[in-house]
Each structure stands twice: as structure tokens, then as C-alpha cells.
Design a protein around this ligand. Structure first.
Ligand code: ATP
Length: 203
């Protein structure tokens, strides 16, 4: 086992978990970060987006106007497909390069869209961070100052908990304190080290 895919819904605790794996010395490759990097000024994907949608998809400083792009692809599904066909292969390439450069016994690929963006092919095992919806709502609202309706809409648009649970090899239930969560991460880390070393993992 070399790569663990870490996923979960909004506010489930992915960042808290991946930060802790990083503290334990594990290379973490972040799909959110990669998806922002591939559309930075100077990247071919940004030029392709500007050519397709027009120059007003860019802000005055030449960076992508994300709000405008979101509005365009929300209004037209074929535009969303066009954008995904452009970006997913480039994001996949960046993730592959990051994982290939990992120096730890195993690596973590953290992605909210592990299944939706075809990134599950990059991982050997799937770890789901799972929290009851009420806690996802409460924690995201506290973090982002979003309204309950905004967070509910995002949760509805994402894969359901049941869909994610069905595809996970391991599930970290994040319904206690942060300290509880980090202890569970440490236990999993031991198990993953054993798996990476090719030993049988305790059940
Ligand atoms: P997103 O998909 O929105 O990026 P995420 O899955 O990365 O979210 P985090 O940012 O790790 O989620 O967690 C959401 C918020 O909840 C953060 O402010 C985090 O500190 C807090 N949090 C996570 N787990 C717990 C916990 N067990 N107890 C209390 N707060 C928690």
C-alpha cells in the first residue's frame, strides 16, 4: 500500500486529519491546492479558459474570477463538462507528480472529490472522515460564517454519506472532540505503516 485517499463531506474534518498525518511525517498531497495551481496566471489552462469564456472571466490583475466562472458553469451544464474535461487531466497529472515525489512510507491524497473527479484511480485505499450532518453544519458555519441554508445546499450537492461509506476501506467517525479525532488518526497511522511495510494489519 502506497497511497491513501482521504475524503469526506464539507466540514467533516479532512483538514484536521490531514494536518495530523503531516505532523506524523506523512507526505500529504492536496487536490484542492492542485486545482487552484493549475489555473494560476501563466498556466496553459487559464489561457484556455479565457479563450473559451472570454477575457471578462479574468479579474483586472489577470487572475481567474472564480465567482464569475462558478456562475457560468452553474447556468450551463455543458460548460461545466467542458471545464472538467480541461482541468481534471491536469489536476490528475499534478497529483501524480506530487505522490511520486513523496518520501514517507506511504502518502495521503486529500480530496473532497476523490470519487467525483476520477482521482480514486490514484489511490490504493480510501479513508473517509465521516461526521453526522448536524456536526458538519455546526462546524462549517462556525468556521466560514456561512448561513445554514448555504451549507445545507453544499451538503445536498455533494455525494451522500451513504455513497461515500460504501466506497471507503476505513472510516474515521468525527463525532467527538478534536483530541479523540487525533488519537484515531494515530492508531490508523500505525496500521498504515504496517500495511506499507507489507505486514498483515490487525483488524
Ligand atoms: P472542507 O471540506 O470545508 O474544507 P474539512 O473536511 O477540511 O472541510 P475541517 O476544516 O478539518 O473540515 O473541519 C471543519 C471545522 O471543524 C474546522 O474549523 C475544524 O477545526 C473543526 N473540527 C473538526 N473536527 C472537530 C472536532 N472533532 N471537534 C471540534 N471541532 C472540529
Amino acid at each position: 500500500m502506497r497511497v491513501v485517499g482521504l475524503t469526506g463531506g464539507i466540514g467533516s474534518g479532512k483538514t484536521a486529519v490531514s494536518d495530523h498525518f503531516e505532523r506524523l511525517g506523512i507526505t500529504v498531497v492536496d487536490a484542492d491546492l492542485a486545482s487552484r495551481q493549475v489555473v494560476e496566471p501563466g498556466q496553459p489552462a487559464l489561457a484556455a479558459i479565457a479563450e473559451h469564456f472570454g477575457q471578462d472571466i479574468l479579474q483586472a490583475d489577470g487572475t481567474l474570477d472564480r465567482a464569475e466562472l462558478r456562475a457560468r458553469i452553474f447556468a450551463d451544464e455543458s460548460e461545466r463538462h467542458w471545464l472538467e474535461a480541461l482541468l481534471h487531466p491536469r489536476i490528475g497529472e499534478a497529483l501524480r507528480a506530487g505522490l511520486a515525489a513523496a518520501t514517507s512510507p506511504y502518502a495521503i491524497l486529500v480530496s473532497p472529490l476523490l470519487f467525483e473527479a476520477g482521482q480514486a484511480t490514484l489511490v490504493d485505499r480510501v479513508l473517509l472522515v465521516d461526521a453526522p450532518e448536524a456536526l458538519q453544519l455546526e462546524r462549517t458555519m462556525a468556521r466560514d460564517q456561512n448561513s445554514e441554508a448555504q451549507v445545507q445546499a453544499i451538503i445536498k450537492a455533494q455525494a451522500s454519506r451513504a455513497e461515500r461509506q460504501a466506497r471507503a476501506d476505513d472510516i474515521l467517525v468525527n463525532d467527538g472532540t478534536l483530541a479523540d479525532l487525533l488519537a484515531k488518526v494515530e492508531a490508523l497511522h500505525e496500521r498504515y505503516l504496517a500495511l506499507a511495510a507489507g505486514e498483515a494489519a490487525p483488524a
